[in-house]
Write a protein that binds this ligand. Structure first.
Ligand code: ZN
Length: 182
């Protein structure tokens, strides 16, 4: 084993003189060392990775906007959405990344193609959601009855006073549930 070196070097980034062994070797087994100290090097690498991640996110969001805008049918819309949600690690993560990227694109260049892609992709999603609403005209009587019951129940839960007024008109006595809390 050799004696620890007392040689010093000035880090070209933080401009602090440090012992030579605080500068990484350029190559494993080599002797040439970096001009940047270890801690500056780690910091730079960390920033580089973060900027790469945000670039990947930006690219993925822009590609999704473009693909969604051009989606041929609803099935493709669903496939694209599932893939992108998985890519971002969940619905919440995707939604916030998407919003951030859309806002950035619109903020940077409001009329740019990229900003329009985001806008058109949003419209495409709305169009899909609209198409998913049940088409009453194609439902059987039984389906309509079930659906109507469900909607009425929901309506009564939200506006019980309407149900009470209706019952009174029919001459019924309404008994509130025993468990109802005030
Ligand atoms: Zn340094």
């Amino acid at each position: 084993m050799s004696e620890p070196s007392t040689e010093m070097r000035l880090c070209r980034q933080c401009l602090v003189p440090k012992p030579i062994d605080e500068f990484r070797l350029r190559r494993r087994g080599g002797t040439e060392r970096m001009r940047q100290c270890s801690s500056c090097h780690s910091q730079t690498e960390k920033l580089r990775r973060a900027s790469r991640r945000s670039k990947l996110e930006r690219d993925a969001a822009a590609k999704f906007a473009l693909d969604l805008k051009n989606a041929k049918n609803h099935k493709q819309v669903v496939l694209l959405c599932n893939a992108v949600i998985k890519r971002f690690g969940g619905m919440g993560a995707f939604a916030s990344a998407w919003l951030k990227q859309a806002e950035t694109a619109c903020g940077e260049k409001p009329g740019s193609k990229k900003a329009c892609d985001f806008f058109q992709a949003g419209l495409r999603l709305m169009e899909y959601c609209e198409a998913q609403r049940p088409n009453m005209g194609q439902m059987s009587d039984e389906e309509l009855r079930t659906r109507a019951m469900y909607e009425i129940q929901r309506f009564i839960e939200q506006q019980p006073e309407v149900a009470i007024a209706a019952a009174n008109r029919l001459g019924w006595t309404v008994i509130p549930p025993a468990t109802a809390s005030l």
